[in-house]
Design a protein around this ligand. Structure first.
Ligand code: NAP
Length: 272
């Protein structure tokens, strides 16, 4: 029987996950389909219980449901610590996982190699920043967090092993000078406000790795600024999207995900 997977969120119509996972199913010849379901926050519990009753095999969970979803499924320890999940596997007892941080870590390891000992400045303290900072901290990076709402970054830093927080203001200049990696984990620069960036070229140095997790547009204003500053290693958000999706795919199907096919599907959809 055809297996059904999907993503729940609100809104969810813009999600690239259906394109990405359906391309992977096709490539591997799996009899499965991946759909998008709009689920309002107040109906999340019904949706998860209903998905189990309907025999749905796996779900991704996106904004604004990631945190509340923890109340409705057993959850792996890491996702509990992050305080959010993005994947539910229904193959036995429904279980929640968070693959966002794994996706970002894989991208960075591919770009810079060993993360241990690297100075990483993360902009943001929302769901994605929490997942990424948890994985980088656990990998031995020295994490600094800067967020518009300073209380959130201070709180997040206090829950990590080797992290601190600064303001998004004057302190940034020196912090970026001393950083190996800058990650934008805010939604600043995302479509339709594509001209926005929290950091401009004058604050960057060529050896800084600049990673923007925003993937729509693929080349954000921050990445354009990085180019202008002569930054040698510039990373967009597509790979992270693909790697977090690939990690969910592996959890559900136990098959090795066709990462290149998934990336091509996402890139083609973004360019259209
Ligand atoms: P979220 O939980 O809503 O967090 C949003 C973050 O952005 C918060 O830190 C917020 O600061 C900050 N922010 C929003 N508007 C701002 C502004 N005008 N100035 C300064 N800071 C601002 O969202 P999320 O789930 O973390 O996602 C953040 C972005 O990452 C989104 O664009 C999402 O599409 C992208 N993302 C990409 C991937 C990927 O695989 N590439 C995965 C997950 C998310 P406050 O705390 O002050 O509100």
């Amino acid at each position: 029987m055809k297996k059904i997977y999907g993503i729940i969120g609100d809104p969810v119509g813009h999600s690239l996950s259906p394109v990405m996972h359906n391309a992977a199913f096709k490539k591997l010849g799996l009899d499965a389909v991946y759909l998008a379901f709009r689920v309002p926050l107040e109906e999340l519990g019904d949706a998860i219980r209903g998905a189990k009753s309907l025999g749905i095999s796996g779900l991704n969970v996106t904004i604004p449901l990631k945190e509340k979803a923890l109340s409705f499924v057993a959850t792996e320890e890491v996702a509990k610590k992050i305080g959010a999940l993005n994947t539910i596997d229904f193959s036995s007892t429904p279980t929640g996982y968070n693959t966002d941080g794994i996706g970002a870590l894989m991208v960075l390891e591919e770009t810079v190699g060993e993360i241990r000992g690297k100075n990483v400045l993360i902009l943001g303290a929302g769901g994605a920043a929490r997942a990424i900072s948890f994985y980088l901290d656990a990998s031995g990076a020295m994490v600094t967090l800067a967020n518009r709402t300073e209380g959130r970054s201070a709180q997040l830093a206090s829950n990590l092993r080797n992290a601190n927080s600064i303001s998004l203001g004057a302190e940034l200049k020196n912090q970026i000078r001393d950083s190996d990696i800058l990650i934008n984990a805010t939604s600043v620069g995302m479509h339709p406000k594509e001209d926005a960036t929290l950091i401009t070229a004058d604050l960057m140095h060529p050896d800084l790795v600049v990673f923007d997790i925003v993937y729509n547009p693929i080349e954000t204003k921050l990445l354009k600024e990085a180019k202008r500053a002569g930054v040698k290693k510039i990373v967009d958000g597509v790979k992270m999207l693909v790697y977090q999706g690939a990690a969910s795919f592996k959890l559900w199907t136990k098959e090795d995900p066709p990462v290149e096919v998934m990336e091509n599907a996402v890139t083609a959809a973004l360019i259209r």
